[in-house]
Design a protein around this ligand. Structure first.
Ligand code: GBH
Length: 475
């Protein structure tokens, strides 16, 4: 490497998609306003004792339902080309089905999209960012075989209604989190703790749901609307703890990213072989007559394979991994199946969310994706940095962003097909199980202020500079 390369601007390809992201339940508030019905997150956050760290809810959050125009204003200030937000399913279809459409909810998203487009910002719409209509949860939620069909109908409704104006779609946000945090650990809605069984069933249905949405778009909308449909998958970066081997790293990637990416992006389709083998073996030793990992038939494998125009990558931290020597005795669990022990590295910065920051993370993940899936188009659909106190001089966040953007630039030099970089998050918001106790915003939000005033942090100015130059300035 040439030392001088540190001091020159790192220019990005023309038309590179700089953006920021949010999600409906985390920002909108108005949880029961204008005909919106409950989602599983409304129900979850209302439980007492509260499952949320600070006992808070997303009832009001950033009040973006009322103040979406100030959101667009700060997006404009940032100079981003794309805004990734999600649609609240139960705001547009209160009982989850197209039997009843909530026109006021539809109008909210129409207005938001209009406002974005008239300011030159492209909407990237996530169809599902974790807030299933409660009415569908009562029919079994993602554990029900019907869930893929419900999602297909909802997607068709959204393509129909918003598709003329929306050209970038993300079907599901982080099916790994939905499955593992929602159904293995129970820290997210619907709060199920059924290790090693429900997570695999839910994941199976999510993959089918995603593919159905993609195929519907393909058949009925693509020709006219000419958009792209992808999925946002999360993975940490994994590195071998001292003394452990490369194969542990690969297994960790397969159990996180591969679980969902292999069926969609690999040449052969289906779950990663290592997952099928390990779960079948553990299941047999645990006395099951069948694998806890459901299987796809040949038609389904074909149906899911190739069902994305891009891979959305959500990534935050890096984890050291080593081989777990004895997993079967501890009984059914996704973690035991993966045979991976995670540990912290004392030399890396630990964030208030527990995950650790290792500067070359994104580059390494992007290389893994490039090699494993034959270099698919990628959007970094989320990365960001948490603070547990609010400060406007957020130098640690700037440092994180600088390193991450440099990584993406380097990955592009090595041939990765990265199309965009989207920061989590536009502004502080309801951080799921952590409530308002951690902050991710380029903009600070004053949650005591009835107007929820948004104030730029130093990182907002940093990012504005990047979007304006389409480059990372030399340091
Ligand atoms: C994203 O998920 C969400 O999409 C977004 O809504 C949220 O606000 C944002 O991140 C910030 O948290 O070491 O096994 O516990 C984050 C995904 C998945 C990242 C779990 C950290 C730790 C894996 N997270 N991961 S583990």
């Amino acid at each position: 490497d040439n030392l001088e390369s540190w001091f020159v601007d790192k220019e990005f390809p023309e038309g590179f998609h700089w953006g920021v992201a949010t999600a409906a339940y985390q920002i909108e508030g108005a949880w029961n306003k204008d005909g919106k019905k409950e989602s599983i997150w409304d129900e979850f956050a209302h439980r007492r004792p509260s499952p949320i760290k600070d006992g808070s809810t997303g009832d009001d959050a950033c009040m973006s339902y009322d103040f979406y125009k100030s959101d667009v204003k700060i997006l404009q200030q940032l100079g981003v080309r794309v805004y990734r937000f999600s649609i609240s399913w139960s705001r547009v279809l209160p009982d989850g089905t197209t039997n009843s459409v909530n026109e006021q909810g539809v109008l909210y998203y129409r207005n938001l999209i209009e406002q974005l487009l008239s300011n030159g910002i492209e909407p990237m719409v996530t169809l599902y960012h974790w807030d299933l209509p409660l009415a569908l949860q009562k029919k079994g939620g993602w554990l029900s075989k019907d869930s893929a069909k419900w999602f297909e109908d909802y997607s068709r409704f959204c393509f129909d209604t918003f598709g003329p104006k929306v050209k970038l779609w993300v079907t599901l946000n982080e099916p790994w989190v939905v499955s593992v945090i929602g159904f293995e650990k129970g820290d997210h809605a619907p709060g199920v703790k059924d290790p090693g069984v429900s997570p695999y069933i839910v994941a199976h249905h999510l993959l089918l749901a995603h593919a159905k949405a993609y195929r519907i778009y393909q058949q009925h909308y693509r020709k006219l609307q000419k958009g792209l449909v992808g999925i946002a998958l999360n993975t940490d970066n994994f590195k071998a703890a001292s003394g452990s081997k490369r194969d542990v790293v690969d297994r960790a990637f397969q159990f996180h990213l591969g679980w969902f990416a292999h069926p969609i992006f690999s040449k052969e389709g289906n779950y990663p072989g290592i997952m099928m083998d390990r779960i079948a073996m553990n299941s047999a030793m645990q006395g099951y007559n069948y694998s806890r990992l459901p299987s796809f038939n040949l038609d389904e494998i074909q149906f899911i394979k190739g069902s994305a125009d891009f891979l959305g990558l959500n990534s935050y931290g890096t984890t050291l991994v080593s081989d777990d020597p004895d997993t079967v005795k501890r009984g059914p669990s996704y973690t035991n199946d993966s045979k991976v022990i995670k540990q912290a590295n004392p030399y890396w910065e630990t964030t208030p969310m527990g995950w650790q920051f290792y500067p070359d993370a994104l580059k390494e993940i992007l290389a893994w994706i490039r090699d494993e899936y034959n270099n698919p188009p990628v959007y970094v659909t989320e990365t960001g940095f948490p603070d547990d106190k609010t400060m406007l001089e957020d130098r640690a966040r700037i440092n994180f962003l600088e390193e991450s953007i440099r990584n993406v630039w380097e990955a592009i030099q090595y041939g990765s097909a990265v199309r965009g970089f989207i920061v989590w998050s536009l502004m502080d918001n309801f951080e799921w199980a952590m409530g308002y106790s951690v902050r991710f915003g380029l903009y600070e939000v004053d949650f005591n202020d009835p107007k929820r005033t948004r104030t730029p942090r130093m990182s907002a100015y940093f990012y504005q500079n990047v979007t304006q130059k389409n480059a990372l300035s030399g340091v």
